[in-house]
Design a protein around this ligand. Structure first.
Ligand SMILES: NC(=O)c1ccc[n+]([C@@H]2O[C@H](COP(=O)([O-])OP(=O)(O)OC[C@H]3O[C@@H](n4cnc5c(N)ncnc54)[C@H](OP(=O)(O)O)[C@@H]3O)[C@@H](O)[C@H]2O)c1
Length: 238
């Protein structure tokens, strides 16, 4: 896939999945801007690019649940590059292991902020740019948990189900434009954080972030224009 001349924003582009999405777009010739919060995560992405001689991404520190911060990120990208072709939202987080009646209400806020509000704030700032240019692709990373509501993960599942609904509505709204909106649904991904959290698991069964990144790139290609408003499972055989 060739993404030369494409301007890509990967929110959470330094995370376990996000950094592979970033790498894949860069390898395919795109100009990539990542948002991050922790400077050391961005530094790790930059030094990995340096080690391999790959083109590094641009980085901007921003809390993507903050509308003013996101509007500034978007305005700065448009001022510099003139457009934003692709948004991948890889911001999110998990909290679980507790029955609904035992969950601290602060977890409710955290899950909805990370898994639902971030995507909303990003979409409301970027989709108008895509409408103006009559071109765009949006991929939101949801989760298998959006459909499969297991015990002990109620707030996570609710936040991801909300995100799925939000991007589904957005997909219906942008039908008049040349903009594609889809969600992808990972289950457990083979990230360093998951290996650390579940040292006894069989890692070989877990989809690799780079495998999911390839699906995301395809969804953001002209070849995938026919896929719109979909929730794509990317959990292999787990
Ligand atoms: N890992 C899995 O097994 C799994 C399974 C199903 C679904 N997912 C979903 O896949 C997506 C990526 O997961 P992941 O494993 O890559 O997670 P991750 O490693 O924790 O990465 C999340 C990224 O989001 C950033 N972030 C968090 N809060 C933010 C905020 N308020 N503003 C800006 N950036 C923020 C983090 O930045 P900092 O690190 O700098 O804070 C990090 O770069 C998430 O939506 C997750 O729910 C993951």
């Amino acid at each position: 896939m060739n993404f030369h001349n494409k301007i890509v924003l990967v929110a959470g582009g330094t995370g376990g999945l996000g950094r592979e999405v970033t790498r894949a777009f860069l390898e395919a010739g795109a100009s990539v801007v990542v948002t991050y919060r922790r400077a050391e995560e961005f530094a790790a992405v930059m030094s990995a690019a340096e080690r391999t001689g790959a083109t590094p991404p641009e980085g901007v520190a921003a809390d993507v649940t903050d509308p003013a911060a996101v509007e500034k990120v978007v305005a700065d990208i448009v001022a510099k590059h003139g457009r934003i072709d692709i948004l991948v939202n890889a911001v999110g987080g998990y909290a679980g292991g507790t029955s609904v009646w035992e969950v601290d209400p602060r977890i409710y806020d955290q899950m909805l902020q990370l898994n639902l509000k971030a995507g909303f704030i990003l979409a409301r700032a970027i989709v108008p740019v895509m409408i103006r240019q009559n071109q765009g692709w949006v991929v939101n990373i949801a989760s298998k948990a959006a459909l499969d509501h297991a015990a002990g993960g109620g707030l996570y599942a609710a936040s991801k189900a909300g995100a799925l609904a939000l991007f589904d509505s957005l997909a219906a709204e942008v039908k008049p434009y040349n903009i594609n909106v889809n969600s992808v649904l990972p289950s457990i991904i083979d990230t360093a954080a998951n290996r650390k959290a579940m040292p006894g698991a069989n890692f070989s069964k877990w989809p690799k972030p780079e495998e999911i990144a390839r699906v995301i790139l395809f969804l953001c290609s002209e070849q995938a224009r026919v896929i719109h408003g979909a929730a794509i499972p990317v959990y292999g055989k787990t």
